[in-house]
Design a protein. Structure first.
Length: 120
């Protein structure tokens, strides 16, 4: 948590989740030529410390958090070769959730379902 807070500094400076992910280097590299658009590995721009911490926490979350387990299984699809890709995707989702918590000043809710629409 300290790494995320110290690296992101002020969460208000990011307009959306895509900017936060790009800042951490957890978005795919994009190569375009004409109508062809290819996505590669993550860009790795940004803090190595932040990316490393998020990946380690993602592996740990996989053991204890049902949301993380469901997300991992959905992305991985049971294929062992996609495990690391799924962990990086989970790390990105975790970063976005942490950024949203910092921005809204709400505590972590392990039972929160990000796919559920809030009823006001």
């Amino acid at each position: 948590a300290e790494v995320i807070v110290s690296v992101l500094d002020k969460p208000e400076r990011f307009a959306n989740a895509r900017q936060v992910s790009a800042y951490a280097g957890l978005v795919p590299d994009q190569r375009q030529s004409g109508q062809t658009n290819r996505l590669g590995a993550i860009t790795r721009r940004g803090s190595r410390l932040l990316r490393g911490a998020l990946v380690e926490v993602s592996w740990m979350l996989l053991r204890f958090n049902p949301w993380a387990q469901q997300t991992f299984e959905r992305i991985c699809g049971g294929q062992k070769t996609r495990r690391k890709t799924a962990i990086v995707a989970l790390a990105r989702k975790l970063l976005v959730r942490c950024w949203a918590m910092l921005r809204t000043k709400r505590p972590w809710d392990p039972n929160h379902d990000p796919n559920q629409v809030a009823v006001v």
